[in-house]
Design a protein around this ligand. Structure first.
Ligand code: ZN
Length: 175
C-alpha cells in the first residue's frame, strides 16, 4: 500500500465528471481502494473520492460512524458507482472541510437524511440509510464524482475561510 498525493483545488481533475467503473473485481481497482484508505487515514480525513487522488473514476471511501465500528477499529466503507437520494425533506446547514482545500472550511446545506447505494469491491450492492454527519460526508464525496466542490455550494460566500479564523470568531461570538 502507498500514500497517494491529494489533488488540490485548482487542478482540473476536481472539476470533471468521473467515469463509471465497469469491472469492479479488477486488481487495479482493489489496489486503488487500498491506497485511498491509507491516504485517508494518513490525512486524518473522513472521506475521499478517487478524483482527489487524480483518478477520474466513480469510487468513494468514507469512515463509518462509531456505532458501526467493531472493537474500536476504524471501519472504512468503499462505494463503487455510488448514488444517493434524499429521505424526507429536512435540510441541515453545517461546516465542512475537504482534503483538497486544506485548512479551510465552509458552511453548506445538505439533506439531513439520505438513502445511499453503491457496490462493494466484491460487486455486491450496498443500500443503506444515513443521517447527520455520515449523510453529509456521502453527499460531499458524491459531489466530487460530478466535479463539484463544496465551495460552489456555500450557503453564503462569507461562510468560507480558514478554519482557525472561523473557529476563533465563533468562539468570540459566544463569549
Ligand atoms: Zn472533498
Amino acid at each position: 500500500m502507498s500514500i497517494l498525493k491529494i489533488a488540490k483545488i485548482g487542478h482540473p481533475v476536481l472539476f470533471k465528471e468521473a467515469d463509471t467503473v465497469n469491472s469492479i473485481s479488477k486488481a487495479e481497482i482493489k489496489k486503488l481502494v487500498m491506497d485511498m484508505s491509507e491516504t485517508l487515514l494518513d490525512a486524518n480525513g473522513i472521506g475521499l473520492a478517487a478524483p482527489q487522488v487524480y483518478v477520474s473514476k466513480k469510487i468513494i471511501i468514507f469512515r463509518l460512524d462509531e456505532e458501526s465500528q467493531i472493537n474500536n477499529k476504524v471501519k472504512i466503507r468503499v462505494l463503487v458507482n455510488p448514488s444517493f437520494k434524499n429521505k424526507g425533506k429536512e435540510y441541515e446547514e453545517d461546516w465542512e472541510g475537504c482534503l483538497s482545500i486544506p485548512g479551510m472550511i465552509g458552511k453548506v446545506k445538505r439533506f439531513k437524511n439520505i438513502i445511499y447505494q453503491g457496490y462493494d469491491l466484491k460487486g455486491r450492492l450496498i443500500k443503506e440509510d444515513a443521517s447527520g454527519i455520515q449523510a453529509r460526508v456521502i453527499q460531499h464525496e458524491c459531489d466530487h464524482l460530478n466535479g463539484i466542490l463544496y465551495t460552489s455550494k456555500l450557503v453564503d460566500p462569507k461562510y468560507f475561510g480558514f478554519a482557525d479564523e472561523i473557529r476563533n470568531s465563533i468562539k468570540n461570538e459566544k463569549e
